[in-house]
Design a protein around this ligand. Structure first.
Ligand SMILES: Cc1cc2nc3c(=O)[nH]c(=O)nc-3n(C[C@H](O)[C@H](O)[C@H](O)COP(=O)(O)O)c2cc1C
Length: 267
């Protein structure tokens, strides 16, 4: 095994949002999902499921449900990665057991299984020359997605993913300095300089130009964000400003309701 090639592949990851119209054949999709399936899974319960959508009308409907993202329409394949306890339900019932999904833990282990599975699939896809982009927006209107994909009770869409052949290579997005995320023995919160340094690196990429996050609560003088500066100069708008604005606004506020309706109690 060529470890350098594998590490190079991991370090060259980038999300792809422009796709060629070329279709991805069944066998390739099966190889990608099978690689995901080989990932570690909690107690070997295998609680991840992939729902592959290739039908154009259904992909377009998914795009509409996922914030009208153009790359969902463009990519020939959409995969909904789901936390799935329904399969275990069927297996357990065949032996006369009823599973317990009352606690947050049962949702969390299924969601973690699905997440680990999807990331191995991403690596496999990239090794095969394909590109992907996760779609968290699958949780914008989860009820409609659940209906469209006919997800039974105890199956919940954790993330979507576009899959296809990249139209052109996009650039690799810089990450935080390793020392900001790698702590030895104990957590060290003294990362201010590293965060500021990354803020500048990201501002300099120009990635945010024209994509500044509107900040409704600041514009409205929301008390919690009264110190925020909504009129920051473009060249000072970096990772911190962008990320802070993203998490300052409430998002997908009804998810716990839908997850409960899907049969996970989240106690
Ligand atoms: C769970 C998850 C959800 C995401 N949702 C979206 C999305 O809805 N639309 C999108 O264009 N990118 C989405 N992304 C992609 C991220 O924006 C991207 O991974 C991040 O900016 C880092 O860029 P890179 O993947 O090119 O390194 C998502 C990523 C993750 C992990």
């Amino acid at each position: 095994m060529n470890s350098t090639a594998i590490l190079d592949l991991l370090h060259s990851h980038r999300s792809i949002r422009k796709y060629k119209p070329d279709l991805v054949d069944d066998e390739t999709i099966r190889r990608v999902v099978a690689a995901g399936q080989s990932a570690a899974t909690s107690s070997n319960l295998q609680m991840g499921t992939a729902v592959v959508v290739r039908n154009r009308d259904r992909r377009w409907e998914l795009a509409r449900l996922c914030g009208d993202q153009e790359h969902i329409r463009e990519a020939p394949v959409f995969i909904a990665w789901c936390a799935d306890r329904s399969r275990l339900d069927r297996a357990s019932l065949s032996r006369g057991y009823e599973q317990n999904t009352e606690y947050l833990e049962s949702f969390l282990v299924a969601a973690v299984d699905a997440a680990i599975m999807m990331q191995s699939a991403v690596t496999a896809a990239e090794a095969l020359g394909l590109g992907t982009c996760y779609i968290g927006a699958i949780r914008n209107d989860p009820v409609a997605v659940i209906e469209l994909l006919e997800l039974p009770q105890r199956v919940f869409p954790i993330a979507g993913m576009t899959l296809g052949y990249p139209r052109h290579p996009s650039r690799v997005k810089p990450r935080l300095d390793l020392d900001a995320v790698l702590h030895w023995e104990r957590y060290d919160p003294a990362d201010h300089e590293l965060l500021e340094q990354y803020d500048r690196v990201m501002a300099d990429t120009g990635i945010y130009r024209g994509r500044e996050q509107p900040l409704r609560s600041v514009a409205q003088g929301n008390d919690r964000n009264r110190d925020a500066d909504a009129s920051i100069a473009t060249d000072l708008y970096g990772w911190i400003e962008h990320s802070a604005r993203r998490i300052a606004e409430p998002k997908r506020t009804r998810l716990s309701e839908v997850i409960r309706r899907q049969g996970f109690d989240l106690k």
